[in-house]
Design a protein around this ligand. Structure first.
Ligand SMILES: *Cc1c(COP(=O)(O)O)cnc(C)c1O
Length: 455
């Protein structure tokens, strides 16, 4: 049996899921409702529809439908780059001399280079359905903006991207990919929005943050009725769309009768991890199977491991709904680390609640240890991983090394969310031995946490 497992488990097109799985619908104790930023009462679909597309607002509030059908046009787009392979890391296992069996789900097989396209195409589809002219968004490291640019060009929608300034400067080629797909890209904080001007005044020379960029994008969308705002992580709808990762992973493992012991993913806003674990966590919640789930975050932005579980704004501008989540405070601006996709102050409410209930674990790692493992992974497995994804590799390797000590043959699955070709500046720093780690002090974290809204 064991010998028969191929290096890459591919699924047939016909084995691709036809519905997303909505993890919240399986939870007895649901995540707390989103609150309106103006009334501080649970937000209604009507209020949400002012910011998001109608169908996406509906998905955002749906915590009862266990499965939601994937529209055929989205499925057809998925077929251009999915099903994504589940890869058995034979070479990594050998290098580590571990009895553990390691698998990774690779989401980097598309031009945007990450899992974000899975939700981008769905969001663009619903915007087009509604007859909108375009969408606005923010992008941190650039993966989301790139994914959305691709999705918008497919459906002939305008795409207006506010890109966190430090990434805009560090990753000029990302910007050019977006422009190639027809997007307008503006560094954030900009002087084009009220909130951008205000942030620039308060924090002159700031390198920006995802939170500020979100506020700018929301402001532009809310001033133009033919536009809506779309977001690449954190929201329930994004977790829903990303569940295709977990559903395919489960189908591939089931084909070979493999049951994972540990499932690991990096966590920024929590969408890839939420998507990867969805069908497995649903089984755990129903008492069918037990799995260990581990969220890995950067020590420079330790949302689950050092944040508080409270209502907070999803954005620095305090215009998005409030979500009860693990948060470092919406005013927290993380140090400019090289895992831009993980620099977000909060964690999606579903994962926050699961973590709070003790159903999921979390750990944090420093960027130099992450790059060390990234380099090792690239050398043995061939794929040059994104710094974000490498957080998951680091913990998968640690768990595999523990198995080496105990002799346990555990099965470990992790999400390899993307490739790192646009992160060579970071790799250069690492290769030159000048990369530094930054872990905030308790006092630093306390400053933003004290400013949380009192609810
Ligand atoms: C955005 C991103 C992440 C983190 O986002 P989540 O919403 O937590 O999944 C991880 N890896 C890559 C490659 C990304 O682009």
């Amino acid at each position: 049996m064991e010998e028969k497992i191929p290096y890459k488990i591919y699924l047939e097109e016909s084995e691709m899921p036809s519905s997303w799985i909505n993890l919240r619908a399986f939870m007895d104790k649901k995540p707390a409702p989103l609150l309106s930023p103006t009334t501080l009462k649970p937000i209604t679909q009507e209020e949400l529809s002012k910011v998001f597309c109608d169908e996406l607002a509906r998905q955002e509030l749906d915590d009862t439908s266990k499965y939601i059908e994937i529209p055929e046009e989205i499925r057809n787009f998925y077929k251009m780059y999915r099903p994504a392979p589940l890869i058995r890391a034979y070479c990594l296992e050998k290098a580590l001399k571990t009895p553990a069996k390691i698998y990774y789900k690779f989401e980097g097989n598309n031009t945007s280079g990450s899992h974000k396209l899975n939700s981008a195409i769905a969001q663009a589809y619903y915007a087009k359905q509604q007859g909108l002219k375009g969408v606005t968004t923010e992008t941190g490291a650039g993966q989301w903006g790139t994914a959305l640019s691709m999705a918008c060009s497919y459906f002939d929608l305008e795409c207006n991207v506010f890109m966190v300034k430090c990434s805009y400067e560090q990753k000029p080629f990302r910007r050019e990919v977006m422009r190639t797909y027809g997007a307008f890209v503006t560094p954030s904080p900009s002087m084009e929005t009220e909130i951008g001007k205000k942030i620039n005044e308060e924090f002159p020379g700031t390198s920006g943050s995802l939170g500020c960029a979100i506020s700018e994008a929301v402001e532009v969308a809310s001033k133009n009725p033919e536009y809506r705002y779309v977001l690449g992580s954190v929201l329930n709808q994004v977790l829903l769309h990303q569940s295709i990762i977990g559903l395919e992973t489960k189908t591939a493992l089931d084909k070979y009768g493999v049951t994972p012991d540990i499932i690991i993913g990096c966590a920024g806003g929590g969408s890839n991890l939420g998507g990867l674990i969805a069908p497995f966590m649903a089984e755990k919640l129903q008492g069918k199977k037990d799995y260990r789930f581990i969220a890995v975050e950067p020590s420079s932005c330790p949302t689950l491991t050092r944040g508080v579980y409270a209502y907070d704004y999803c954005d620095t501008g305090k215009v998005c709904p409030l979500s009860k989540m693990y948060t470092l405070g919406s005013g927290y601006i993380p140090a400019a680390s090289h895992a831009g996709g993980l620099r977000y102050h909060g964690m999606t409410s579903t994962l926050s609640e699961l973590y709070d209930q003790g159903l999921m674990e979390a750990t944090s790692v420093t960027q130099t240890e992450v790059f060390k493992v990234a380099q090792q992974f690239a050398r043995v497995e061939g794929i040059l991983p994104a710094p974000e994804s490498s957080h998951a590799i680091k913990v998968a390797v640690d768990e595999a090394l523990k198995c080496k000590e105990t002799g346990e043959e555990k099965t470990i699955v992790f999400g390899l969310t993307g490739t790192g070709y646009f992160d060579m500046y970071a790799y250069q720093k690492f290769n030159d031995g000048v990369m530094q780690d930054y872990t905030p002090s308790d006092e630093e974290l306390q400053v933003a946490i004290e400013k949380l809204p009192k609810i």
